[in-house]
Ligand binder design. Structure first.
Ligand code: HEM
Length: 460
């Protein structure tokens, strides 16, 4: 069954954020509620049940919204649904996140030990160094009273944490410049969406050119070689970077060449920063709007680690603060939809899936469904604590994906964000000063439209 037909502008040249890319096509589907485009998809999901086939030009995109469907695609039939990354090659190259099957496994295996929970205790001191540097910067912002954009702040923090903990390096690049490069790339998709709108007579103007994106991607491509060439901070033997270097030197994995290493670093500097940064920024927004949540986070920090540095054991005891991060990923899942391509005919929820169909696992829809969450729009961290958490139906919460392709760094990102929000809130009161409520932009990730504008105040 087809419910909508969207025809992209024909004959546009291949390129970044190209119109043939599903990311671009999805932006057209999301029109109708510019403030929160997810609402349009939610309405479609309500109207047509858990499986919604949509014809987009010559391509069929099937939205699935039920936990059982997620399990089928991510676990039961995982090998029949492959990754979809068109339009994102400049960001990810040929890194493992883009591969399937035996090659994916070969590339993931040598890197997996870097993300074992046993490593977190080793990483925490580096996370703390990065958080302290951010606090020094915020002290200046608090003094001057100037406002700033929070996602840029949390992105630079996440990038610093990854470089220090996983690569044993200080960032050998200007993180603000690199952040803007990545944004330029994703903005281009929006600008092409604007162009499509113009074709449809909705108005709008280009602000960026293909040249801007080419320049941005050239800077981005230069980052991994700079990371590899930079001096190590301490010469630690067991880091993600040394594991990647060992894989390059291992004749048993000829596919893991120098270009693979470069692309893996690229992948971590996007997948491990954008998502972590968005989560922390949205969590700080919620803490700013709900002072009782911020106070409870502060009290928990005082009780658990007091005036000393938090340890891995303390992280385990920060149950409420961790639940704040988990609830943030429910309400604002950075990866709002996981995309796959069907390699075999199948049936989901009684509806046929054909080879070549793009299947979108609509995580945001399920995270906001009243069928699975009581009062789904309310921010309630308690859902992730104690008995309430145990009662949750599997696959109703998939911010980190699921099955064998689930996020390699998800558990580590929760350590980073739980410690960051705990420590930052004990010294500062972040005040959200942007438009209320913030608008949502849904491209590859779910981002606040125009960012999240904040001021910070030092607590007495
Ligand atoms: C809040 C933080 C994060 C969120 C919400 C998140 C989300 C996700 C999701 C949903 C996937 C699966 C995508 C799919 O199946 O199509 C994924 C995969 C991945 N993530 Fe994360 N991620 C986070 C943090 C991190 C961190 C900190 C790292 C590394 C430093 C990381 C590295 C990766 C990699 C390499 C993959 C691909 C794994 C594979 O294909 O085997 N992520 N992430």
């Amino acid at each position: 069954m087809s419910v909508t037909t969207v025809t992209a502008e024909p004959g546009h040249t291949e390129g970044l954020g190209d119109e043939s890319s599903i990311w671009f096509k999805l932006s057209a589907l999301q029109r109708g509620n510019e403030h929160n485009p997810m609402q349009t998809l939610m309405q479609l999901a309500d109207r047509y049940g858990g499986v919604i086939p949509v014809n987009m030009g010559n391509q069929r995109v099937v939205f699935v919204t039920e936990p059982d469907h997620f399990k089928r695609v991510l676990v039961t039939k995982v090998d029949d649904y492959v990754k979809y990354f068109d339009g994102l090659k400049p960001i990810f190259g040929k890194s493992m996140i883009t591969h399937d099957g035996a090659l994916w496994q070969k590339i993931r295996m040598p890197q997996q030990p870097a993300f074992h929970p046993d490593m977190f205790a080793e990483y925490i001191p580096y996370f703390l160094t990065a958080i302290r540097a951010k606090m020094d910067l915020w002290a200046g912002l608090a003094k001057s009273g100037e406002s700033f954009e929070m996602v840029e702040q949390t992105w630079t923090l996440a990038a610093d944490m990854i470089c220090k903990a996983l690569f044993d390096r200080d960032m050998p690049f200007n993180p603000h410049v690199v952040f803007k490069c990545v944004k330029t790339y994703t903005d281009v998709m929006n600008h092409k969406a604007v162009r499509l709108k113009m074709v449809h007579g909705d108005g709008g103007e280009f602000e960026l050119t293909e040249d801007d994106t080419a320049k941005a991607m050239a800077i981005w491509a230069g980052v991994p070689p700079d990371v590899m060439a930079a001096d190590p901070n301490e010469g630690r033997e067991r880091t993600l970077l040394t594991m990647i270097e060992a894989a390059v030197a291992d004749p048993a994995i000829p596919e893991f060449d120098r270009q693979q290493a470069i692309d893996e670093i690229k992948q971590y500097l996007w997948a491990g920063t954008e998502t972590t940064a968005l989560t922390l920024a949205w969590a700080l927004y919620e803490a700013s709007k709900n002072p009782e949540i911020a106070d409870r986070i502060r009290r928990e920090g005082e009780q658990v680690y007091g005036d000393r540095d938090p340890t891995a054991a303390d992280y385990g005891a920060l149950a409420y603060t961790r639940a704040v991060i988990q609830e943030t990923m429910r309400i604002y899942p950075p990866i709002w939809g996981l995309i796959r391509v069907a390699t075999k005919d199948d049936e989901i929820g009684g509806k046929p899936i054909k080879v070549g169909d793009r299947v979108v696992l609509f995580a945001y829809g399920t995270h906001h469904s009243a069928k699975y969450w009581e009062d789904p729009e309310a921010f309630k961290p308690e859902r992730f604590m104690g008995e309430a958490a145990k009662k949750r139906k599997p696959y109703t919460y998939i911010p980190l994906g699921g099955g064998k392709r689930s996020c390699i760094g998800g558990a580590m990102s929760q350590v980073e964000n739980t410690l960051a929000i705990s420590i930052l809130l004990r010294r500062f009161r972040p005040e959200y000063v942007g438009v209320e409520p913030p608008g949502i932009n849904a491209t590859v990730t779910l981002t606040p439209k125009g960012g999240l504008q904040f001021k910070v105040h030092e607590l007495g």
